[in-house]
Design a protein around this ligand. Structure first.
Ligand SMILES: *Cc1c(COP(=O)(O)O)cnc(C)c1O
Length: 389
């Protein structure tokens, strides 16, 4: 059957409303079917042998996972997206696919700490030379490139301390040395930064965060360009990674509202960040959209917007004051992850960094949810007062 086609809309919310939808493939139903599958049947022995049909086995994709991959491809401008069971797997799978024994990898010092744990344990054990670099290094990364540098790993901004990286400059140097650039783009999401358009070869998103948005599904997206398509596709297949139809379906369902959620959360977060800068108990607010942020100009040059995760540094005080703040919060709750509908706070520890960074007080990370500005502000205000600073 034929159904009216939406022809190449330009607005992001229009795109999100219609991406991954092929109603003509599913008898006109507006949403894709949820397929639960391992076995796919073949009509005869010859087709079984050649596997010459669209679907062959559950791990190799279903109409439900395809719908989500198509949506992510569109958002990323990617030629190939694969789904993995967590954001962390979206980091480990391409690193395993691009690195081999004897290779050198450069990793931004501000990365998500489970990425560092994977590199320090698994990658080093495999005989890979792991080196951390100052995330703000820019084109000077040239000095760290070795003949065996295969991968330059980036994350911008870092999800605890929010350093913005000069991704185009780093990518240009990496490419001149034939290295592949990976980027964890979970903070910005492809709505606010499109890694593949800025020189990155493999874009990584913890779908768990803004795409899912409800703190109830773990999922990761790995998006490749022409150069990395085969590596990503093969590694995904070799490692037996797959995502359930239910998780793929619900992720795509949540992505319909992602633009609206992100815009609302990001505005509240920015307003709170600006207000927090004026508070006497706060030494510093680490939010790339603030003019006081060191990476603000780069952020303005490359990003379309900010998301709703940032950190604050308490003015003086130590763990006692930081814990008094956290324990006094009533709307914000204490827990990891972010991008969901609910506001969260955590204390950030930077103990494992190699490129030293110091802040004048305790570092606290805030994830802003869908609640109202005035309620969140009042909650933060009373918790700051409880620090006694
Ligand atoms: C949470 C997170 C991940 C990992 O996502 P999970 O689905 O929780 O494994 C990766 N990168 C960043 C920056 C994150 O914050």
């Amino acid at each position: 059957m034929t159904v009216n086609k939406i022809s190449n809309p330009s607005g992001i919310n229009t795109k999100l409303a219609h991406c991954g939808n092929n109603p003509a493939d599913y008898f006109g139903f507006v949403n894709p079917p949820v397929v639960h599958a391992s076995t796919v049947l073949f009509p005869d022995a010859a087709t079984l042998k050649t596997e010459n049909q669209r679907y062959t086995y559950g791990t190799h994709g279903t109409p439900t996972t395809d719908a989500l991959c198509e949506a992510v491809n569109m958002l990323e401008g990617a030629v190939k997206t694969v789904l993995v069971p967590s954001g962390l797997a979206a980091i480990t799978v391409p690193l395993l696919g691009t690195l081999a024994q004897g290779d050198h990898v450069l990793i931004a010092d501000s990365i998500y700490s489970p990425t560092r744990r994977f590199a320090n344990n698994m990658l080093k054990k495999m005989g890979i030379d792991v080196e951390y670099y100052d995330p703000t290094i820019g084109a000077e990364i040239e000095q760290l490139m070795k003949p065996n540098t295969k991968v330059v790993y980036t994350e911008s901004p870092g999800s605890n301390t929010f350093e913005i990286q000069d991704i185009p400059a780093i990518s240009a140097v990496a490419h001149a040395h034939d290295a592949i650039v990976l980027m964890d783009n979970t903070w910005a999401t492809p709505l606010n930064f499109k890694p593949l358009e800025h020189g990155v070869d493999i874009s990584i998103t913890a779908g768990t965060k803004y795409p899912v948005g409800h703190s109830d599904i773990l999922i990761g997206f790995i998006s490749a360009n022409e150069r990395t398509k085969k590596i990503v596709e093969d590694t995904h297949k070799f490692l037996g990674m797959s995502v359930s139809g239910d998780d793929a379906y619900n992720t795509l369902r949540s992505m319909r509202t992602m633009g609206i959620r992100l815009a609302h959360q990001s505005k509240t977060a920015f307003d709170l960040a600006r207000w927090l800068e004026t508070m006497p108990q706060i030494a510093q607010v680490l939010h790339p959209a603030l003019e006081s942020h060191k990476g603000h100009e780069l952020w303005k040059r490359d990003f379309k917007g900010a998301s709703a995760l940032f950190s604050v540094v308490l003015k003086g005080g130590g763990e006692k004051e930081a814990h008094a703040f956290l324990n006094s919060l009533k709307i914000f709750r204490l827990g990891y992850s972010w991008g969901g509908y609910e506001s969260l706070a955590v204390e950030v520890y930077l103990g494992d960094r190699t490129v030293k960074q110091s802040y004048m007080g305790s570092l606290l990370r805030l994830q802003i949810g869908l609640e109202d500005f005035e309620d969140l502000k009042a909650d933060l205000e009373q918790a700051l007062a409880a620090t006694g600073l």
